[in-house]
Design a protein. Structure first.
Length: 325
């Protein structure tokens, strides 16, 4: 009977969908002048329990933080509540599922290859409404982690990658601004079924890179503005990615595909690129309904390097799409 009632009350909950545990915990304060406030964020985390909120008042906190409990870590104001890694290691490392982090400027990680402003080694976390800046290698690095949401962050002035997913699936990257001078705006390595939605990706060497997804494919890139990068999108050894309804313009090369398989690209704006599409052995790529800088009646030919003959967009759009971000 209880199961029947739960089904009626929650008809939209899929059987295999995990449900976040609802824990109403305490609030621990960091900074300020309160009598029981902590001076360090890490001390508050160590004294917190699953379901608690650690609320950090405005200030600069020079720390390298490890989050190993399912907590809310909230800053008072993302422009005035600063976590500074002092150019050392990771600024924040998340090792527990169901962690939410919002309201911070997160800066100055170390310069080792995998260092990052935020490193995620767990599932079902939300990183929302932060400034992630001035980190040497990665703004965020998601490693072997699934079902995370990265949204409404400004990720700028990262020398390496704005967001890097390594062997991570079913994550959502949406509504972020990812800008110069990043080496790569968003990079997916051996990662599949991820959604990249409504982001503004500007002034990077590569806007989006999808690489070596031999078994993890089916990423969705949709409703993004990808502009003023050297390369708009580069896809290497990945298949069945759905790229549609994006504005891809003012990039030196709009899309570069290396040995790409079954890429489905349609309903994009490709215009004012020096080279709209740059293909290497992309024999299985499909292009349809793209806008190519001017109204076209005849099909648009796309040269396919290192493969057999050109490709065609058989139904090019007559005008740009009106895409709101």
């Amino acid at each position: 009977m209880l199961i029947f009632l739960f089904t009626i009350i929650n008809p939209s909950v899929a059987i295999d969908s995990p449900i976040k545990p609802i824990l109403i915990g305490n609030t621990l304060y960091v900074g300020g002048t309160g009598p029981n406030n902590y001076t360090k964020i890490q001390d508050a985390i160590e004294n917190a329990s699953n379901g608690d909120t650690v609320y950090v008042l405005n200030g600069i906190y020079i720390e390298n933080i490890v989050v190993d409990k399912s907590i809310q870590l909230n800053g008072e104001d993302k422009n005035s509540t600063v976590i500074d890694g002092n150019s050392n290691d990771f600024v924040i490392t998340i090792r527990k599922d169901w962690v939410n982090i919002s309201g911070f400027t997160i800066q100055n990680s170390g310069n080792e290859f995998d260092n990052a402003g935020i490193n995620i080694y767990s599932d079902y976390n939300t990183i929302h409404n932060n400034n992630i800046i001035l980190n040497e290698e990665n703004g965020l690095h998601v490693l072997n982690s699934n079902f995370n949401i990265i949204s409404n962050n400004e990720i700028i002035n990262i020398i390496g990658r704005g967001i890097k997913l390594s062997s991570s699936n079913n994550n959502t990257i949406k509504d972020n601004i990812i800008s110069s001078p990043n080496f790569t705006g968003i990079e997916l390595i051996n990662s599949g079924d991820n959604k990249i939605l409504n982001n503004i990706i500007l002034n990077n060497q590569w806007g989006i890179v999808i690489v070596e997804s031999y078994f993890n494919n089916n990423n969705t890139i949709k409703y993004n503005v990808i502009s003023k990068n050297k390369y708009g999108i580069c896809i290497v050894n990945s298949r069945n990615n759905n790229i549609e309804f994006n504005n891809i313009y003012y990039n030196f090369i709009g899309i570069e595909l290396h040995i790409a398989f079954k890429i489905f690209i349609r309903k994009n704006n490709f215009f004012l690129n020096n080279r709209q599409i740059y293909l290497f052995s992309g024999s299985d790529c499909i292009f349809d309904l793209n806008y190519w800088n001017r109204p076209r009646i005849l099909p648009k030919m796309i040269w396919n390097y290192l493969s057999f003959g050109p490709k065609f967009d058989w139904h090019p759009a007559k005008e740009p799409y009106d895409i709101e971000v």
